[in-house]
Design a protein around this ligand. Structure first.
Ligand SMILES: [Zn+2]
Length: 110
C-alpha cells in the first residue's frame, strides 16, 4: 500500500505544554507590576482572578499606599488600609474583577 500525501508533511501545531491549571498559577504581571485593584464604589467584597495583587483603595490621588497582598492558601484577604475583602474566584481570569471596574490599570507603571 502506498501513502499519497497531498498536502505535504503534517506539521504538529505548537502546543503550550502547560496545563490550564499551571497557566492559572503562573505569576501574573503586567509589565513589572502586579495587577492592581481599587474600590471606588465601596463594595464590601471584590472577586478577583489572582491571589497576589496590589490594593490601591480608590483611584488616585485619593489612593492609599499601593500594598502588595498575597492570599497564600486562603481564598480571601482583607486589605488592612481600606478593609475591602478580596475573594479569589477561579471563574475569573487574571485581569478580571467583579465588579469589573475594580480593576485598576496603572498607565504609568511603577
Ligand atoms: Zn485597600
Amino acid at each position: 500500500m502506498r501513502l499519497i500525501t497531498r498536502h505535504g508533511p503534517v506539521v504538529e501545531p505548537m502546543l503550550d505544554p502547560r496545563t490550564d491549571e499551571e497557566r492559572l498559577e503562573a505569576p501574573v504581571q503586567w509589565g513589572h507590576a502586579y495587577v492592581k485593584f481599587r474600590n471606588d464604589n465601596g463594595v464590601p467584597e471584590i472577586r478577583i482572578g489572582v491571589k497576589e495583587f496590589k490594593c490601591i483603595g480608590v483611584s488616585p490621588p485619593q489612593d492609599h499606599p499601593h500594598i502588595y497582598l498575597d492570599m497564600g492558601n486562603d481564598d480571601t484577604i482583607l486589605c488592612p488600609y481600606c478593609a475591602t475583602l478580596f475573594r479569589f474566584d477561579t471563574r475569573l481570569g487574571p485581569g478580571e474583577a467583579d465588579p469589573p471596574d475594580c480593576l485598576f490599570i496603572d498607565e504609568l507603571g511603577e
